[in-house]
Design a protein around this ligand. Structure first.
Ligand SMILES: O=C(O)CCC(=O)C(=O)O
Ligand SMILES: [Fe+2]
Length: 247
């Protein structure tokens, strides 16, 4: 993928969320999403931005709730949902990533014969969520220590669900932590499941399907789940950008 080279022309530290998102080859990303259910946006954040976001974790004023995964059977580790207003960079990324992903989501729904279509802007989609009673922000910051893992799951929080989401790795594998790979599985109808381990470096984002995607032009759909393998050492932080809000 040539996104790393492209983004290097305009270092993320000096470019807005709009500029850096525009710097990716979206045809290639759409082809990866439709072919594999995931695509990597290399170097979406700088190491300093990653550290700045990860360091928000202990500051409760940024968050609306705190989840201990083990208490819910979700795995082991913890996360916090941001409260509104989101930190600027995350809010901006949510706003500018959405219109890149909405055409892919609409194409998928057409191929799967699902009637729902997603509006052009995130503001319009959020209004639909809020009108449907899904008003609570879903972007989240996750923290893992040795032994922690995130069970395979789908981030669905109500009837309205945008079919793609993004997670950004904030820590550097091999340096800040080991283990802790981002994993996706695809359950194929009447067939064995397929797994994909997504190689990410600090600042890389993975865009992936929340629950379904069409295969072979839409002749069947697969059911996806994502999770994180066990962290072997160190500390791992990620930030998740989910486009629908929660009930
Ligand atoms: O920590 C990760 O890489 C996965 C986070 C996650 O489940 C999410 O962003 O929805
Ligand atoms: Fe998730």
């Amino acid at each position: 993928m040539n996104a790393r080279a492209k983004i290097a022309e305009a270092p993320p530290s000096i470019s807005t969320a709009t500029d850096r998102v525009a710097g990716y080859d979206w045809d290639a990303l759409a082809a990866d999403l439709s072919g594999y259910g995931c695509a990597v946006l290399e170097n979406l954040l700088t190491p300093q931005e990653c550290r700045d976001i990860a360091e928000l974790y202990p500051h409760e004023e940024h968050f609306r709730s705190h989840i201990h995964m083990a208490r819910h059977g979700f795995g082991k580790g913890e996360y916090r949902y941001f409260r509104y207003p989101l930190p600027d960079l995350l809010g901006d990324l949510r706003t500018v990533l959405y219109p890149r992903l909405a055409p892919i989501a609409n194409d998928w729904n057409a191929r799967m014969s699902i009637a729902a279509r997603y509006p052009e802007t995130h503001a319009e989609f959020l209004k639909a969520c809020h009108d449907a009673g899904q008003t609570r922000p879903t972007p989240l910051l996750l923290q893992y220590v040795p032994g922690d893992f995130n069970c395979l799951h789908q981030d669905l929080y109500g009837d309205l669900a945008f079919p793609l989401q993004v997670a950004i790795l904030l820590s550097e594998p091999g340096k800040d932590f080991t283990g802790g790979e981002f994993v996706l599985t695809e359950q194929r109808p009447r067939m064995q499941s397929r797994a994909e381990v997504v190689p990410l470096r600090q600042g890389d984002a993975v865009a992936f399907a929340v629950h379904n995607r069409p295969v072979q032009g839409g002749s069947y759909r697969v059911n996806l789940r994502h999770g994180v393998s066990r962290v072997r050492s160190g500390k791992r932080h990620t930030v998740g950008i989910i486009f629908h809000d929660a009930k």
